[in-house]
Design a protein around this ligand. Structure first.
Ligand SMILES: [Zn+2]
Length: 431
């Protein structure tokens, strides 16, 4: 090897060590991951030991043992548990803590986009290898650029399904109410009043790169006599038109839906998920079960807001809603409503959202059910069910490792110390 070639190779090697995410995994590179345990999510069992053989960006084999081909890199993860990469079905990469302040008004879209790239990195290093971004909150379609930069390998981050800016009515839940009208403060969502505007905005968002549509269907919320009161924003007919327009392009609609009657209108219209889902009628729950519409509970944001409210009164209001939601969640589980894990991270720090698993268990799910809601239902909701959420031959090599047994203690999911996405290692345990 001549000196020039050697120096180029050395430089490339150093680059790939320091910025692991810029590696493009060679299609022939073989890796064997070995650990004491491996989670078989479909059968709900821990295998021991656990091994996964990865070639390029795909899983070739997984189980108690796999073949160790000559030349394969062996990564020994000791006493850890191997799991598929985590999936968060409700995130906001374009929000950071303080979301109830003026960040979306004071910070420019370029500034917010830079912050979003850091949020994507933090989520990935916490083990979240796939996410559904539920609205840039006033940053337009900037999420498209973040998704594409991640897909090209320019920046580290999860695989993304993005909604662009969410959609809202004039004077609705996300409109900028309470400011001097002469300042014409923009809302955190795109206006669409009535059926025709809704369809036009949906077409615009798909043109700008959205994977799906997010609609604010309810809010502001209040609780009276144990009942959640929340105005709806779109009628069932309007939501049906939105769902039909998205379906024309084989896409789907997700709603921010906290209560009735908006949640029922959304379920009748055939949305893909009803996010937050604080209180649902029997008929809504029946339809969700029948049509496989996911509820995404986002307990962590409620817990965070209750603990970080600006006033005692606001804290009490958040806690009242969380208590109501916790009671209602038991009914939803009993009614067989499909649940997917989503945290609403952004208003609380990116990378800390594994807390959601602990709260799903606290409010009535078994650890296994919470994990299946994440891996199996999350992959379905993100329309990656044939690619993600299982350690299975042919699936993408999105693999994490944690210390401890997540089937006994879901807090282990907050301590991810190995992260592989598409066969590329982004995080390794400190020795
Ligand atoms: Zn949200």
């Amino acid at each position: 090897m001549n000196d020039f070639l050697f120096r180029i190779l050395l430089t490339l090697t150093l680059i790939s060590w320091t910025v692991g995410w810029s590696e493009t995994q060679e299609t022939t590179h073989l890796t064997v991951l070995h650990a004491t345990y491996l989670l078989d999510i479909e059968n709900g069992q821990l295998l021991s030991p656990g091994e996964v053989l990865v070639k390029g960006d795909r899983i070739i084999a997984a189980g108690k043992s796999v073949s160790h081909p000559a030349g394969a890199e062996v990564v020994d993860l000791g006493g850890r548990t191997l799991l598929p990469g985590l999936i968060d079905a409700h995130v906001h990469l374009f929000l950071h803590p303080g979301a109830e302040d003026l960040q979306t008004i004071q910070e420019s879209v370029p500034q917010r986009t830079i912050m979003a790239t850091l949020a994507a990195r933090d989520d990935l290093l916490a083990g979240f290898t796939a996410e559904r971004d539920m609205g840039t909150e006033g940053a337009g379609s900037a999420d498209t650029a973040v998704r594409e930069a991640i897909n090209r390998g320019d920046i580290p981050g999860p695989r993304l399904r993005v909604s662009g800016n969410a959609i809202n009515i004039l004077g609705g839940h996300e409109d900028a109410i309470g400011y001097n009208p002469q300042q014409h403060v923009f809302p955190n969502a795109s206006y669409a009043n009535g059926r025709d505007q809704l369809i036009a905005v949906i077409r615009e968002q798909f043109k700008e790169g959205a994977d799906f549509i997010k609609i604010y269907e309810t809010g502001e919320d209040r609780v009276e006599d144990g009942k959640l009161l929340t105005p709806y924003q779109y009628t069932q007919e309007e939501l049906s038109a939105a769902v039909a327009e998205a379906a024309r392009l084989t896409r789907s609609v997700a709603v921010h839906g906290t209560g009735e009657p908006g949640a029922l209108y959304a379920a009748q219209a055939g949305v893909r998920s009803i996010d937050h889902a604080f209180q649902l009628s029997d008929e809504t729950m029946r339809l969700m079960r029948e049509k496989h519409i996911f509820a995404v509970p986002t307990f962590t944001i409620s817990e965070y807001f209750a603990a970080h409210a600006a006033t005692a009164q606001a804290a009490k209001r958040e806690q009242t809603i969380l208590d109501l939601h916790a009671r209602e969640f038991h009914k939803q589980l009993a009614a067989g409503v499909p649940i997917a894990m989503g945290s609403d991270v952004g208003p609380f720090p990116h990378g800390t959202q594994a807390r959601e698993f602990e709260l799903m268990v606290k409010y009535g799910m078994s650890p296994l059910a919470a994990l299946q809601a994440d891996f199996i239902n999350g992959a379905k909701l993100l329309e990656w069910e044939d690619q993600l959420g299982r350690l299975k031959p042919g699936f993408l090599a999105d693999i994490i490792a944690v210390s401890g047994n997540p089937l006994e203690d879901t807090s282990a999911l907050g301590r991810v110390d190995f992260v592989m996405k598409g066969g590329v290692v982004f995080k390794r345990p400190a020795r």
